[in-house]
Design a protein. Structure first.
Length: 144
């Protein structure tokens, strides 16, 4: 009988998380300091919120959002054009046998969080359990 293949786990491994965080840190540093200069991104602050790495460490998705969320699609397109340059820069900083291939994606988590907050704010206030106005008062029953 042959060995059973290990079922793929849904949660990322510690190695994936560690590599993703290190790659995120170096991408952020490169964009902040201008180590990889991109004239189209002059004056635009880009936040790299997360980098998720595939289980085999061959691909990485970097989730980004420009400050204020303006021109999200344009910024993502520019970053995907310069991805090979950023990949080369990060490969010099991160010590891996093979650097994951970078792909930039728009991060909508901030938008989703804002929508959830506004929906929660629109909810009517919940009735507190200790309201005396709603509870019947049985102590004052009179016997006639």
């Amino acid at each position: 009988m042959g060995k059973k293949a290990k079922a793929p786990s849904k949660a990322p491994s510690q190695r994936q998380l560690r590599v993703g965080e290190e790659v995120r840190h170096h991408i952020s540093t490169a964009l902040l300091r201008g180590d990889v200069y991109v004239p189209e991104l002059d004056g635009i602050s880009v936040t790299v919120s997360e980098v998720s790495v595939s289980p085999d460490l061959s691909n990485a998705r970097a989730y980004v959002t420009p400050l204020g969320g303006a021109d999200m699609d344009e910024v993502v397109a520019i970053l995907n054009v310069i991805a090979p340059d950023l990949q080369t820069y990060v490969a010099q900083k991160v010590h891996l046998r093979r650097m994951p291939r970078l792909k930039f994606m728009a991060d909508h988590s901030f938008d989703n969080a804002e929508k959830m907050s506004s929906l929660i704010a629109k909810l009517p206030p919940a009735l507190s359990e200790g309201d005396d106005d709603e509870a019947p008062d049985h102590d004052q029953d009179e016997i006639a």
